[in-house]
Ligand binder design. Structure first.
Ligand SMILES: [Zn+2]
Length: 80
């Protein structure tokens, strides 16, 4: 009757609670993404995406800067 349920816990010794990191969605970029954006916003820029069908786009720091630059109407870079 006593099944070794516990054994299933040990089946996967590599299973750890690693926080999933998103990678930048810009074509040719494999840096860790800092933030995610609506694809609408990103499609207004010159950035080329790995997956144009995605709903949200993850951008690394560098590409976030570019997005900010190219969408300065929406995201003010500076005031005044
Ligand atoms: Zn990037």
């Amino acid at each position: 009757m006593c099944r070794k349920l516990i054994s299933s816990l040990y089946d996967n010794p590599n299973m750890s609670h690693v926080v999933k990191q998103d990678i930048c969605d810009v074509e040719g970029c494999d840096k860790v993404a800092e933030r995610s954006f609506n694809i609408k916003k990103v499609s207004e820029t010159s950035l080329t995406l790995k997956n144009p069908d995605a709903r949200s786009v993850h951008l690394c720091k560098e590409h976030y800067k570019i997005l900010k630059k190219e969408t300065k109407d929406d995201i003010p870079d500076y005031l005044g």
